[in-house]
Ligand binder design. Structure first.
Ligand code: BT5
Length: 319
C-alpha cells in the first residue's frame, strides 16, 4: 500500500527533510499523490511539516494503535498479520464474532475506545478513549472445546510477561482472568468461543489493559488501576501491545506443541490466588477454602476446610 510505504520512508527519515521529488521517485507515484497522502496522515495526527524546497519532515506520530504504529515492535509470524484498527466500536469482541468465520487465524482487532466493552457474565468493561489497549484476538486452534479455558491462562501470562518486559514491573494473575498490580485490577480477559461438540470453530480472546487511564468511575475507585497510576509515568501503548502479541504467539505455539504442562509452572508462579484462603462463586455454587494449585487442565484446585479437594474450571474469586 502506498500509504504504508510512504509512512515507512518518513519514519526512516524522522526528523530530517525528504524531498517530494525523492519520495515520488522511490514510491513511483506523482508528487500530487504524495501530497494527498501527506494531508491524510496529518489529519490522522502525524505531525508533518512541508517546506517548499526541502520537502517533508516527520516530527511526531500520533498515539494510536494502528498497524503502522504497532508493527515496528511486532515479531510475530501469524498473530496480527491481519490487523484491524477502529477509533470507536461497541466491543472488539462483538466485532470479532461478526467477522471470525471469514478472517485468518491470528486476526487482531484493536479499538481506541469501546462504547459497550464487556466483561464476563454480562458485566461491563470501562474502555475510555486512547488510554488503554482494548483488543480481541481470533484464534482457530485444533484443540478440544473443553481445553479453551487454557487460552485465558495463556493470555494472562502473556500480559504479565509483557508488562515485565516493557516496564520492569511485576504484576500477578488472579485466577482465572484478572491481572493485578498493587492489589488492583489493571487488566481483564474475556475468552469466548464458537464450537461444535468436539471441534472449535474459533476462540476470541478479549484483552483490556488500563495503560494511561487516570480517571475511573466512582464504583471502580479502589478496585481498578492503570500502569500510569502505578508507575507514575505515561506508558508506551504501542510497545506494550506488540509485546503482548509477541508473548502470546510464543506461549500459544509452545502450548500447542507441548501442552498445558509447559505453561502451568508459569501460571502457578505468577498467581496471586494460590496459597490464599478464598471464596469462589462457581457453577458448582459458592466454595470456600484454600487455593492449593492449578492442575494440568488449568482448573483451580481448592481445599475446603473439610479437607476435600475440588477442581474449579471457572468462577469469580474473592480473597
Ligand atoms: C473481565 O471481566 O475482566 C474481562 C474484561 C475484558 C475486556 C476486553 S477489552 C477488549 C475486549 N472487548 C470487550 O468487549 N471486552 C474485552 P470480569 O472478570 O467480569 O470483570 C468485569 C468487572 O471488572 C466489572 O464488573 C467491574 O467491576 C470491573 N471493571 C470494569 N471496567 C474495568 C476497568 N477498565 N478496569 C478494571 N476493572 C474494571
Amino acid at each position: 500500500m502506498l500509504r504504508q510505504r510512504l509512512l515507512r520512508l518518513l519514519k526512516e527519515n524522522k526528523g530530517e527533510y525528504i524531498s517530494g521529488q525523492k519520495l515520488s521517485e522511490q514510491l513511483n507515484v506523482s508528487r500530487t499523490a504524495i501530497w494527498k497522502h501527506i494531508n491524510e496522515l496529518k489529519n490522522e495526527g502525524y505531525q508533518i511539516e512541508a517546506h517548499r524546497k526541502m520537502g517533508y519532515i516527520l516530527l511526531s506520530e500520533p498515539d494510536l494503535l494502528t498497524y503502522e504504529e504497532v508493527s515496528p515492535y511486532l515479531s510475530t509470524n501469524f498473530l496480527g498479520k491481519y490487523y484491524m484498527h477502529k477509533l470507536v466500536i461497541d466491543s472488539t469482541n462483538n466485532f470479532a464474532k461478526e467477522i471470525a468465520s471469514n478472517v485468518p487465524d491470528g486476526t487482531v482487532i484493536i479499538a481506541e475506545e469501546q462504547t459497550a466493552g464487556r466483561g464476563r457474565l454480562g458485566r461491563s468493561w470501562i474502555s475510555q478513549k486512547g488510554c488503554g489497549i482494548w483488543m480481541s484476538i481470533i484464534l482457530k486452534p485444533n484443540i478440544q472445546p473443553k481445553e479453551a479455558i487454557n487460552l485465558t491462562q495463556l493470555a494472562a501470562i502473556s500480559v504479565v510477561k509483557a508488562i515485565e518486559e516493557v516496564f520492569h514491573v511485576e504484576s500477578k494473575i488472579k485466577w482465572p482472568n484478572d491481572i493485578i498490580l498493587n492489589n488492583k485490577k489493571v487488566c481483564g480477559i474475556l475468552t469466548e468461543m464458537s464450537s461444535e461438540i468436539d471441534k472449535i470453530n474459533y476462540v476470541i480472546i478479549g484483552i483490556g489493559v488500563n495503560v494511561n487511564c487516570d480517571n475511573f468511575p466512582e464504583e471502580l475507585k479502589g478496585k481498578a488501576t492503570s500502569l500510569y497510576l502505578e508507575t507514575n509515568s505515561k506508558v508506551d501503548r504501542k510497545k506494550l501491545t506488540a509485546s503482548i502479541l509477541n508473548n502470546l504467539e510464543f506461549y500459544y505455539n509452545a502450548y500447542l506443541q507441548k501442552g498445558f504442562e509447559y505453561i502451568r509452572p508459569i501460571c502457578i508462579e505468577k498467581s496471586i490466588t494460590i496459597g490464599r484462603q478464598i471464596k469462589v462463586i462457581a457453577n458448582e455454587g459458592e466454595i470456600e477454602g484454600k487455593a492449593v494449585t492449578i492442575d494440568n487442565n488449568g482448573s483451580l484446585v481448592v481445599e475446603t476446610k473439610e479437607g476435600k479437594r475440588l477442581s474449579i474450571m471457572s468462577g469469580d474469586v474473592s480473597v
